[in-house]
Design a binder for this molecule. Structure first.
Ligand SMILES: *Cc1c(COP(=O)(O)O)cnc(C)c1O
Length: 225
């Protein structure tokens, strides 16, 4: 049941916040709805969740008209440059910007539409070859370069942890992203704001909150029977 699942998630968030001396109101829960029917997405609205995460532009385009209005859509999957035009129409925050080429393309399209696009930079903290994202040591130079773009605003960092059954195994990657987040935050790069730290999924959101995440992306733990 969705309502029981959300209750359990909120309890775990509270517990993780207590453990780490944080306030649960700091945490934004992004409900990941890839593969989920629109009517079930509207169901989570009842529980006060209005942040919806999708990893494909095409799927989001198809579903958006069938979901109750008022949601903020988050792009969490790799974005191909030929989908940028559609993506900037749908998504309020892009978590998965993983190259300067992509950031520049988004900036260019945003300019045409006289928009400002909010984005997070995806960092490959685990070094797995199968994962998108820039390397942790590239983040600072990347941000300095991207900060020149006039129609995008970088608001933080995102990482995808390796699949695991034991969340303790991914704690080092979560901690690493938090360290990079703080260190580039201290650099105070103009036009860059380290506001959102997007990490933690169904498998590890408790540990992610303990390590400083303020945006967690949860799918299966919400929708499982
Ligand atoms: C699918 C997905 C999630 C959610 O994963 P669950 O295990 O279903 O919670 C989070 N982030 C990204 C980038 C995803 O693709």
């Amino acid at each position: 049941m969705i309502s029981d699942n959300i209750k359990e998630i909120n309890n775990r968030i509270k517990l993780a916040c207590k453990k780490s001396g944080r306030d649960p109101s700091e945490i934004t829960l992004v409900c990941v709805t890839k593969g989920i029917d629109p009517y079930r997405i509207s169901e989570v609205f009842v529980h006060g969740i209005k942040d919806i995460g999708e990893n494909r532009v095409k799927e989001a385009l198809k579903k958006k008209p069938a979901v109750l209005p008022g949601a903020k859509w988050h792009l969490i999957g790799h974005l191909q440059t030929n989908k940028v035009k559609d993506a900037i129409e749908i998504f309020g925050l892009m978590h998965s910007v993983d190259s300067l080429e992509l950031a520049r393309k988004i900036d260019k399209e945003a300019k045409k539409k006289e928009k400002r696009v909010d984005m997070l930079i995806q960092v490959n903290t685990s070094g797995e070859e199968s994962k998108y994202g820039i390397r942790p040591e590239e983040v600072s130079p990347f941000l300095k370069e991207a900060s020149q773009l006039t129609n995008v605003k970088i608001l933080g960092l995102m990482t995808i942890t390796p699949l695991t059954e034991d969340p303790e195994k991914v704690r080092p990657y979560l901690r690493l992203l938090k360290e990079v987040f703080e260190s580039v935050g201290n650099e105070a790069i103009p036009n860059v704001e380290m506001k959102y730290l997007s990490m933690g999924m169904s498998q590890d959101y408790g540990v992610a909150v303990e390590e400083g995440a303020n945006m967690i992306r949860i799918g299966s733990a919400i929708f499982r029977e």
